[in-house]
Design a protein. Structure first.
Length: 251
């Protein structure tokens, strides 16, 4: 490591990753935003799923000021966030075969919808099975993952495949295996994960593309406004009423 303070080193590492995503994933971001715009225009619904800390980026898309009102969270009990006790149970559930199929069987997803599946490693049974099952149902799948894991780790799904192998589109977060950007001689483990900031920024870039694409087609993007600005609640009520059949987080 350099002589620069760890805080500055981490921010530099995050900025470098964001630059890589901007430059190397530009075409994929455009394609993903276009796919979401197509889904909205064709009457489909939008869903996002992430397990563990990957769920943070999914939650950041739902009911968000400046975000798409149609983005819904696909929740899997015990794996969304770290609120489950004990916390390691959430990690264990990601490796359970059959869980994704059970969740999708009871979810509102249907053919013509689009599902964002966010998984840093993309190696666990849950995201792999979810992608496979969703596509079999006629759902379009966008995978958000670190492609590096597929060459440096072993899949935990019985097929030996990864999330990236079962998607219509893949967005590579560029995060190194282990998700820790810093090391110090007197610290026994690498530290300072950057996956959350990079993944969230990547997905917001996709959302921006979706909104602009819809506008270019002459369609008003179904965007939410902040409830803390004058008129925000009235605006959001109008949008939610217009798209009530495609919003599942209101009830």
């Amino acid at each position: 490591m350099s002589d620069r303070a760890p805080a500055g080193q981490f921010l530099d590492a995050a900025i470098d990753l964001l630059r890589r995503v901007r430059d190397e994933e530009a075409d994929s971001i455009t394609a993903a935003g276009t796919l979401l715009a197509d889904t909205v225009e064709n009457g489909g619904r939008l869903f996002a799923f992430g397990a563990g800390h990957s769920s943070l980026a999914a939650q950041d898309l739902v009911y968000r000021a400046g975000g798409l009102a149609l983005m819904n969270l696909l929740a899997v009990p015990g794996v969304v966030g770290v609120d489950v006790r004990p916390a390691p149970l959430g990690s264990a559930l990601e490796r359970v075969d059959g869980l994704a199929s059970a969740v999708l069987d009871s979810s509102p997803l249907r053919a013509g919808d689009t599902l964002l599946i966010i998984s840093l490693s993309g190696r666990n049974a849950l995201p792999v099975e979810m992608a496979m099952t969703a596509r079999a149902l006629g759902v379009r799948v966008i995978g958000v993952t670190s492609v590096a894991y597929a060459s440096e780790t072993k899949s935990r799904h019985t097929s030996g495949t990864y999330l990236k192998d079962h998607c219509d589109l893949v967005l590579d977060t560029k995060i190194a295996v282990g998700d820790a950007e810093l090391t110090l001689d007197n610290v026994p483990a690498p530290f300072a994960p950057a996956s959350t900031v990079v993944t969230s920024a990547l997905l917001q870039a996709v959302m921006a593309t979706t909104a602009a694409t819809l506008a270019d087609r002459g369609l008003e993007p179904p965007l939410l406004r902040s409830g803390n600005v004058d008129g925000g609640h009235d605006w959001n009520s109008r949008v939610m009423e217009q798209y009530q059949d495609r919003i599942f987080y209101r009830h």
